[in-house]
Write a protein that binds this ligand. Sequence first.
Ligand SMILES: Cc1cc2nc3c(=O)[nH]c(=O)nc-3n(C[C@H](O)[C@H](O)[C@H](O)COP(=O)(O)OP(=O)(O)OC[C@H]3O[C@@H](n4cnc5c(N)ncnc54)[C@H](O)[C@@H]3O)c2cc1C
Length: 301
Amino acid sequence: MSDPEVLVIGAGPAGLVAATYLARFRRRVLVADGGAPRARWIPVSHNLPGFPQGITGEAILRRMTEQALEYDAVIERGRVERLQPEGDDFRASLNGREIRVRAVLLATGVVDHHPDLPGVDRAIERSLVRICPICDGYEASGKAVAIVGQDDRGVREAAFLRTYSDRVTLIHTGSAEALTREDELRRMGVELIRAPIDNVRLEGDRVTALSWGGNFRVFDLVYSALGTSPNADLARALGAKVGDDGCLVVDAHQRSSVPGFYAAGDVVRGLNQIAVAGAEAAIAATAIHNALREADGWTVR
Ligand SMILES: Cc1cc2nc3c(=O)[nH]c(=O)nc-3n(C[C@H](O)[C@H](O)[C@H](O)COP(=O)(O)OP(=O)(O)OC[C@H]3O[C@@H](n4cnc5c(N)ncnc54)[C@H](O)[C@@H]3O)c2cc1C
């Protein structure tokens, strides 16, 4: 490819959908990816529109990658280490070289805080430990569900899961003061166990079992309510506005507070879902294309 016009940072669902749109707008688009999309963790998604029998995270990423490549988007493995404004453009460092582009889309996602349990990665792959009740709460229907939390986020997640099961237990591993809504747990019939994280165990990688104080309990599955950290360092360094939760603040066209710098997907404030990431990416890509058309005089005045 000759010099790219648009740099997309991140090849998860948001970055890949944006790449397809931009490439179909005949923009020269380079996608840089650090190699760890959150979407890769999805054992099987049952809520992605168009896949009634479900689809794995790997298959979603493979299909989206194929589609972007079909229209000549370029995907390069490697982390963007630095991003700076240069006149109306941006300069990015990737794999030891400097790239100048006219617009940037940040699609860097978030990092989950996994519970510190032995075998946790394998347990997530097997859907025994889960991260996202909006994604797969339905599949917890009627099951004995434990939620590992450190603060009131655990209470909110327990409340959400009550829709699906009347056997919901919050295992609070944080400080006593961090849990302020015990009354709400009682009202909803959610059991509360206070236990330090080092007393919580997974048994093998087949059965989810938890023990504390000499007691032993088995649950069908465990949700982690330990939160996430947005990958927003590049945005912060540029001076783009981020919210209290560390996520990017954008307008209805996915524009950040820095002109020419857009964001889509989990790194943006809002619902962390593939359908949302895809929609935001479509909006961002169209806004980028329109802004570049306008700069080039290809719009009706
Ligand atoms: C276990 C699990 C199950 C889930 N199930 C579902 C489900 O059923 N349905 C659903 O809709 N959603 C589900 N999700 C949520 C879904 O995975 C996310 O909403 C989606 O992946 C967000 O896409 P994204 O492109 O914003 O971020 P990601 O998929 O996380 O991709 C971001 C990419 O950016 C890269 N990156 C970060 N920084 C840099 C940098 N500096 N330079 C280059 N690359 C960088 C990362 O390496 C990563 O590859 C689930 C998530 C998990 C963890």
